[in-house]
Structures are given as C-alpha cells and as structure tokens.
Design a protein around this ligand. Structure first.
Ligand code: PEP
Ligand code: MN
Length: 335
C-alpha cells in the first residue's frame, strides 16, 4: 500500500483479494502496510488490484516461503510470551537448562543456577529424541509437569521439545515455547499441528538441511496461522570429528536477511564439548542472533544425556557475563 493509505483502502484490498480466493495477510510496518496474498504463482489478474485506491504497486514474489520471508514482513518479528518476555526484540534472550529433565533435585539445582544469573527461560527435555532407542528417553509427562512446577517456582518461562503431533496439546498446556528438534524439522504433520496452536515455536535446523529448507519448514507453521516462529541454528553434520556438529555461523546473517523471524543459536549441540560452547555462543551473538539456547547441568558428569556438552553453573555464569559484553558491542543487551 502507498504510504498514507487509509485503513478503509487496506480493507478493500483485503476484501477484493478474498473474492479472488486468496488469503490475505496484512503486515503493518512503521513506514507502510503490505498486504501479502498467498496463492499459486499462476494466480490470474492480480494486477487489477493495482487500480484500487491506496495501492502503490502489486509485486509478484515467487517464493516457497512467502510468510517466512522478509519481503512480506520487512520489520523484525518480535515474539512476546510468558511474563513480559520477548524474542527478536532489542535484547538477546538467553534460554538455559539441562538437556533432559532427570528429576526434581537436578532440575531445581539447574533452574536456581541459571536464574541466579538472570536467565528467565528454563530449557529441559521431557520427551527426548535420542539417537539410540536404548538411551534415556526422558521422563515424558511427569517430566513436563516437573518442568512447569520448577519454572513457576523461579518465575521462569519453559521451553521444551514436542516430539510428535499427538503431543502438541499436552506440551502446549504446560510450556511457553515449543521446540521442534533438528531431527523433526521436516516432520510436516507436526509442523501443521503447531500451526494451529497459540504458542511460540522454536524450529531447529535439521542436521543436513539448507537454509531454504528451514524456511520452508517454518512456512508450514506460519501458513497454519501461527505467526510466532523462531529459527534455531544448532550445527550441521560435517566431516570434522573434533566437534559434534559444525555450527553454521553464516546462517545467522543469511537468515536475518532472508527472513524477519527471530534467530536463535544453540552452541551446545554443535560443540558437543563444554569447552567449545562459550566461543560458539559468543560468535552467535556477534553474528546477530536474537537468542541463545544453552545446556547447563548442576553436575555434567552425572547427566543422563549430553553431559559432555553441558556447562556447569560456574562456566555458565562466566559465559553470561561475556554474552553481556558481546551483546553490548553489537548494540544489544542480554536478557
Ligand atoms: C535438544 O535441544 O535437546 C536437542 C535434542 O537438540 P537437537 O534437536 O538440536 O539435536
Ligand atoms: Mn541435548
């Protein structure tokens, strides 16, 4: 729409688009309003919309992921959730906690440790996607309830993984952010189910997925009506054995350019070893990440999953301090 187009003119465009069988998405930016019309690329006669009042121009954008793209939503999307929390705003949001919820004592110690240094989002897996069926699979629903209880005790929000479409209702009843694991990035039934809930989704990049595939996966959730999607870089399968996965740091600025969705970096699963986690976390913030997802365990040596890459409370505390400094250097603040 032209700068200064009236809301009546926008409504008229929306009405006419619906008549053409399209589903309009209105995006109100600071400078102008964009009406995104999702449809097949051969959609006829869109140009006639350009004659309506207030329309500046009709642009055909051939995209596999229009809703995820910055073309349709030029301004950064800010996801608000929980008690006054935001992902994608001026602050770099730190989310931290153990890989898996193991029990009350472990979770309480982890939550207290990360809360003490200002973290307001507790991570922890109740449903775990383990490579081996013989590894600890998580506590399931009791773990989820424990996560909620401990987070509430510390006035924290909860981020946790949802493994399957059948679990979406249960997990969204207790979590503030629903995490889709790397192994599930292309589980389209799950993504469709997440499109129908009113909960932020953190979509992790698959171990061998391109940026474009990640954005198309995000599109599944957005197209279902859930606009609260954040993307997470957590490392790709590479040939270098000294790390678990190779963190694709370049994907951060690339995603930020192609999409207005918030971008989170998970340094833990990429590093695979605690000693490399701080450097990757700081690199993520320097590259423009809107958030970090970090594994912290009160006693990494006894962890039931991902102990080798989990920071102990002391190392995490040092990292949070450094994150604040790097965030300040790139004009942001750590939260
Ligand atoms: C996790 O965050 O605990 C996890 C399983 O991560 P990913 O899906 O990235 O492997
Ligand atoms: Mn893990």
């Amino acid at each position: 729409m032209a700068a200064g187009a009236t809301s009546e003119q926008v409504e008229e465009v929306v009405r006419r688009a619906r008549q053409l069988g399209l589903s309009p998405e209105v995006s109100h930016g600071r400078e102008r309003t964009i009406v995104g019309l999702i449809g097949h690329e051969t959609e006829p006669d869109l140009e006639k919309l350009s004659t309506l009042g207030g329309v500046e121009r009709v642009v055909r954008v051939l995209h596999d992921h229009p809703l995820a793209s910055r073309d349709f939503h030029p301004e950064d999307r800010v996801i608000t959730f929980g008690p006054g929390l935001a992902l994608g705003g001026p602050e770099v949001l730190i989310m931290a906690g153990p890989c898996a919820v193991e029990g009350e004592q472990q979770l309480e110690a982890a939550a207290a440790a990360v809360r003490r240094v200002g973290v307001r989002v507790l991570r922890g897996g109740a449903f775990k996607p383990r490579t081996s069926p013989y590894s600890f699979q998580g506590l399931g629903e009791p773990g989820l309830l424990l996560l909620r209880e401990v987070a509430d005790r510390h006035q924290m929000a909860v981020i946790t993984e949802v493994l399957s479409a059948e679990d979406v209702a249960l997990v969204s009843a207790h979590a503030d952010i629903l995490q889709v694991g790397a192994r599930n990035m292309q589980n389209y039934r799950l993504l469709q189910a997440l499109g129908e809930v009113d909960r932020p989704v953190l979509l992790k990049r698959g171990l061998a997925a391109t940026v474009d595939e990640l954005l198309q996966a995000a599109e599944y959730v957005l197209a279902g009506g859930n606009q609260k999607v954040a993307l997470c870089e957590r490392g790709l399968r590479g040939f270098e054995p000294s790390v678990r996965f190779s963190l694709d740091i370049t994907s951060v600025p690339v995603l930020k350019r192609l999409s207005s969705l918030p971008v989170v970096v998970d340094p833990s699963h990429a590093a695979g070893r605690a000693q490399y986690v701080p450097a990757l976390a700081l690199a993520g913030v320097a590259a423009g990440a809107d958030g970090l997802l970090v594994e912290v365990h009160p006693d990494p040596s006894s962890a039931l999953s991902d102990g080798a890459q989990s920071l102990d409370p002391e190392a995490f505390c040092a990292l949070v301090h450094q994150v604040s400094q790097v965030a300040a250097a790139v004009g942001r603040r750590a939260a």
